[in-house]
Design a protein around this ligand. Structure first.
Ligand code: DGL
Length: 294
């Protein structure tokens, strides 16, 4: 019988974005077998309601669990933000999301206790980073203030005693990263629009709270300034993943060639084209599956 440690890790995302997490897994944990699923027929999750994202997420995870994964990584920030509790309740395997590791990374990095968080509309609306940071801070009362008036300018200030978090949804970063427009003038202009409010605030740390944002790291750093620490939740999540594997004693110690398979819910061509850029490697062993009537 196959040992638990030899079984694959399951990585779930709404589409290609989770490949930034997969890339980190391949880098930090190269011996692990990985099954990746991207819900390409129903992406983006970032603009959908929490109920819909939760329903989609449970269907995706159900598929991976059926494949015998030993542990699940919810690589999608939006799914982690709104569906993690439901996933943990439904499935009896260790689950690692991206929000808590990102929050921990931000708390470790900040000196001024002024933190910025950017993500999809769903992630920002859920305030999940705020709650995760506050949990590390002792669950103090929070006061939320809205700044700005127009769509690109609106951001929120959350006060938690002497800690302040500024949050901002940056939805256009997702299509820009997928289009490969991660460093041109359109990307710079978009980043300037989105980040102008946060730039005025005295933050020293900014959480990249979306799978796609690490691809725009240079542009974001260029707009915010080199002295702002950018927290890449993909990197933080894989550190947490390593700790969880050790905690459960399920690290893969067999030194065989790792197995990596990809599943998508729509035709694979676009996933392969965009995904190879995100992953920095060739995508092979990919299969289209039917889930949720698509
Ligand atoms: N994967 C999503 C996230 O990290 C971004 C793409 C989407 O909206 O589905 O929030």
């Amino acid at each position: 019988m196959q040992k638990i440690s030899d079984r694959p890790i399951g990585v779930f995302d709404s589409g290609v974005g989770g490949l930034t997490v997969m890339k980190e897994i391949m880098l930090q944990l190269p011996e692990e077998n990985v099954l990746y699923i991207g819900d390409t027929a129903r992406v983006p999750y970032g603009i959908r309601s929490a109920e819909t994202v939760t329903r989609y997420s449970l269907e995706m995870v159900d598929f991976l669990v059926g494949k015998g994964i030993k542990l699940l990584v919810v690589a999608c920030n939006t799914a982690s933000a709104v569906a993690l509790t439901a996933i943990k309740k439904r499935f009896d395997i260790p689950v690692v999301g991206v929000i808590e590791p990102g929050a921990r990374g931000a708390m470790e990095a900040t000196r001024s206790k002024k933190i910025g968080v950017i993500g999809t509309e769903g992630t920002i609306k859920s305030n999940s980073y705020v709650h995760a940071i506050n949990a590390l801070y002792g669950n103090k009362p929070i006061v939320i203030t809205e700044h700005g008036t127009i769509r690109f300018d609106r951001y929120f200030e959350v006060n938690i005693e002497d800690l302040t978090i500024f949050t901002k949804a940056c939805p256009l970063f997702v299509p820009l990263a997928e289009e490969g427009w991660s460093s041109n003038d359109v990307a710079v202009l978009t980043a300037q629009h989105y980040l102008e409010g946060l730039k005025r605030e005295p933050i020293d740390t900014l959480v990249l709270g979306c799978t796609h944002y690490p691809l725009l790291k240079d542009v974001i750093a260029g707009v915010m300034g080199a002295d702002i620490a950018l927290i890449d939740s993909a990197q933080e999540t894989v550190k947490e993943l390593r700790r969880t594997l050790i905690q459960y004693g399920i690290e893969n110690t067999s030194h065989t060639e790792p197995l990596r398979r990809f599943y998508v819910t729509d035709a694979p061509e676009r996933f392969i084209k965009v995904g190879e850029r995100f992953l920095g490697e060739k995508i092979e062993h990919i299969e289209k599956i039917n889930i949720g009537g698509n």
